[in-house]
Design a protein around this ligand. Structure first.
Ligand code: NI
Length: 168
C-alpha cells in the first residue's frame, strides 16, 4: 500500500475506533504489516499512514538487537494506561522520509489494546519499543514526530541515506 507522506493533510486526521473484528480487518492488518516490512528500517506503522483512519497499529522492534520487546504487536484501539520516566532520542517516520528528529517520550508504558481477534491484551513496553508504540499512537491522533520537536532548528536532522535508521 502507498504510504502518505508529510505534508499530506490527511496525516492530521484523527482515526476512529475499530468496531468490527472480522475477516476484512485481518486482511487489512496483513497488508499493513507487509507494507511495514517492505519499508527499509520499518519497525512500526499505523493505519492512517496508508489512508485508513481506524485505530490500528503494528510495532515490531525485534529486528533491533539488544532492545527488550514483545515481538510482533498488533494493537487495535490502543490505550496507554501508565507512563514512567522520560527520555529524548532520535526518531524516524515512514511518512517523513527525509528527516529524523529528537523527541521526548516516556521510557516505560503499559498499553492496553485488542488483537486482530478482538481479545483484550496488555503489554509492558520499555525503551525503544515504548517509543515506537507512542509514536504510532500519535499517528492515530493526527500527530507526527515533527509536532513534538522542541525546536526545528536544533532537533530536526536531514537523512543522509534512507534506511540507515529505524522508521515507524
Ligand atoms: Ni511514523
Amino acid at each position: 500500500m502507498k504510504i502518505l507522506t508529510y505534508p499530506d493533510e490527511r496525516l492530521k486526521q484523527v482515526s476512529q475506533p475499530v468496531a468490527q473484528f472480522d475477516e476484512r480487518l485481518r486482511t487489512f492488518v496483513a497488508r499493513l504489516e507487509e507494507t511495514m516490512r517492505a519499508s527499509p528500517g520499518g519497525v512500526g506503522i499505523a493505519a492512517p499512514q496508508v489512508g485508513c483512519f481506524q485505530r490500528i497499529v503494528i510495532v515490531d522492534v525485534s529486528s533491533r538487537p539488544k532492545s527488550a520487546n514483545n515481538g510482533r504487536l498488533v494493537l487495535i484501539n490502543p490505550e496507554i494506561l501508565s507512563w514512567e520516566g522520560m527520555a529524548t532520542s532520535r526518531e524516524g517516520c515512514l511518512s517523513v522520509p527525509d528527516y529524523t528528529g529528537n523527541v521526548m517520550r516516556a521510557e516505560r508504558i503499559t498499553v492496553q489494546a485488542c488483537d486482530e481477534l478482538g481479545s483484550p491484551r496488555e503489554f509492558l513496553c520499555n525503551g525503544f519499543e515504548a517509543r515506537a508504540v507512542q509514536h504510532e499512537i500519535d499517528h492515530l491522533d493526527g500527530l507526527l514526530f515533527l509536532d513534538r520537536l522542541v525546536s526545528r532548528r536544533t532537533d530536526l536532522f536531514r537523512r543522509k541515506r534512507y534506511g540507515n535508521r529505524k522508521s515507524a
